[in-house]
Design a binder for this molecule. Structure first.
Ligand code: FES
Length: 131
C-alpha cells in the first residue's frame, strides 16, 4: 500500500471515529437533560373534571381558590397514577402505593411524596413548566 493511500485511510478512520463519538456523546447529553416541557391546563378543564384533573403526566387539583400540581408518575417505578374516588386517594395501579390529595405518601413501596410542580396563572388557566 502506498503512503498516500495509508494516510488517506488513517484520516478517513479518524473522521469516522470522531463522527461516531460525537453522535454517542450527543445522545448521552440529550438523555441526561430533556428539554423543558410546558403544559397548559385550562380552568374549564379543571371545572369539568370536578377539581382533580389528570393531564399528560400531571395531576392538577383545585383546593379552594388555589391549585396544586403533582407529577402523575409514581415515585416507585414511574407507573401512571389514578384517582380512587371511593377512597379519595391517588393510587398506583402497579404496586398499590397510595397518596393523599396533598401528594403525601401513605402506603406501599413508593416511600416518597409526589413531586410537586410550580405553575403560572394566566387569564385562561395554568401553565406548568417542567425542567
Ligand atoms: S410503580 Fe407505583 S408502587 Fe410501584
Amino acid at each position: 500500500m502506498d503512503k498516500k493511500r495509508r494516510n488517506f485511510l488513517r484520516l478517513f478512520s479518524l473522521g469516522v471515529l470522531g463522527f461516531l463519538t460525537y453522535g454517542a456523546f450527543k445522545n448521552l447529553t440529550s438523555l441526561s437533560s430533556p428539554p423543558p416541557k410546558k403544559v397548559i391546563v385550562l380552568f374549564e378543564e379543571i371545572e369539568k373534571a370536578k377539581d382533580i384533573l389528570f393531564k399528560e403526566n400531571f395531576i392538577v387539583m383545585k383546593t379552594g381558590s388555589n391549585f396544586k400540581v403533582f407529577s402523575r408518575k409514581c415515585p416507585h417505578l414511574g407507573c401512571l397514577l389514578n384517582y380512587s374516588p371511593e377512597e379519595a386517594l391517588i393510587v398506583c395501579p402497579c404496586h398499590q402505593s397510595k397518596f393523599n390529595l396533598s401528594g403525601k405518601f401513605l402506603s406501599g413501596p413508593a416511600k416518597k411524596d409526589l413531586t410537586t410542580y410550580n405553575y403560572r396563572l394566566n387569564s385562561q388557566g395554568l401553565e406548568v413548566e417542567v425542567f
